[in-house]
Design a protein around this ligand. Structure first.
Ligand SMILES: Nc1ncnc2c1ncn2[C@@H]1O[C@H](COP(=O)(O)OP(=O)(O)OP(=O)(O)O)[C@@H](O)[C@H]1O
Ligand SMILES: CC(C)(CO)[C@@H](O)C(=O)[O-]
Ligand code: BAL
Length: 287
């Protein structure tokens, strides 16, 4: 695996892959890699011949009070994991390489960027869209893979790709969870054992609410019960637990024809955690 830090070298390496007839997948990350990231690389290798993984802790998507400075950084271990997963290139640029002096452009996807995490973290998705479009321009992948754990991010990127006619397939990869259902996340490293145990209430509360709504119970009651469970487990603040249209993220009060998603964000200790699940109508014949 090549580790590349400069744009000129990246362009040369990508061109060489393309000249060799290879289809290219891009997996953008912020590093501190875990099995969720590796699932993206593995899926990339099923969809393309060569995977480029980027590691870049993007200052533009962090607010000044957020955890940019203490975000876990462990490039050496990350490189070993990627090598083992058969990634072709690790693209690990510096902040100056991505945002040189004078950088002045922002990509802003309205609507889907402004609700939920976009409301809780103003400007966050502008930072994500801007850096992802830059990564797309740098690597020019055939396909780019994103985790469903960050469901809203995936929706923002799909919207951007459609709106800007990007000729790149955007693939969502199912959330990888630990054996008790907690979504793997680099920020789980901020939790001690006790907090980790409490954090596992998040997928359980979402699972129960999704099942209740699927059975036809009132949405508002199911959401209120989930919030109460999270509060009891020690989540504070609970930014949202909300039923949304899976694509537009518009609020939903009753299940209809379009796919629905239940999304939540809440803080446990020093970690702000997010999670989401699909919500399907079930009948008494369903298991
Ligand atoms: N558990 C997971 N399952 C599948 N994909 C994941 C998982 N966790 C992260 N990803 C995906 O990996 C990509 C890079 O995410 P990122 O580097 O921010 O990791 P993270 O674990 O989500 O970190 P954070 O704790 O900062 O949210 C994103 O597309 C994200 O959705
Ligand atoms: C997509 C991304 C790499 C952009 O910085 C980041 O938001 C992430 O890791 O999910
Ligand atoms: N995984 C999303 C990146 C962020 O929280 O900034």
């Amino acid at each position: 695996m090549q580790i590349i830090r400069e744009l000129g070298a990246l362009r040369d390496a990508v061109r060489a892959l393309r000249d060799a007839g290879q289809r290219i997948a891009l997996v953008p990350t912020m590093g501190a890699l875990h099995a969720g990231h590796i699932a993206l690389v593995e899926d990339g290798l099923r969809r393309a011949d060569a995977v480029v993984t980027s590691i870049f802790v993007n200052p533009m998507q962090f607010a000044p009070h957020e955890d940019m400075d203490r975000y876990p950084r462990r490039e050496r271990a990350d490189a070993q994991l990627l090598e083992k997963a058969n990634a072709a290139i690790l693209w690990a640029p510096s902040v100056e390489e991505i945002y040189p002096q004078g950088f002045a452009t922002t990509v802003s996807v309205s609507g889907v960027s402004q609700v939920l995490d976009g409301a809780a973290r103003p400007g966050h998705f502008d930072g994500v869209a801007t850096v992802v479009l830059k990564l797309f321009q740098q690597v020019k992948p055939d396909v780019a893979l994103f985790g469903e754990k960050d469901w809203q991010q995936l929706a923002v990127i799909r919207r951007m790709a459609a709106d800007l006619d990007l000729d790149i397939e955007i693939a969502g990869v199912p959330t990888v969870r630990d054996d008790q259902g907690l979504a793997l996340s680099s920020r789980n490293a901020y939790l001690d054992e006790e907090e980790l145990a409490s954090a596992r209430t998040l997928p359980r509360a979402l699972g129960e609410a999704a099942a209740a709504i699927g059975r036809g119970e009132p949405v508002a009651g199911a959401l209120t019960a989930a919030v109460a469970r999270l509060a009891e487990a020690g989540f504070d603040p609970i930014d949202y637990v909300s039923l949304r249209d899976a694509e537009t993220l518009a609020p939903i009060e009753t299940l209809g024809e379009r796919p629905a998603r239940l999304l939540a964000a809440a803080r446990m200790g020093n970690a702000r955690l997010i999670d989401n699940l699909p919500v399907h109508v079930t009948t008494s014949n369903d298991k």
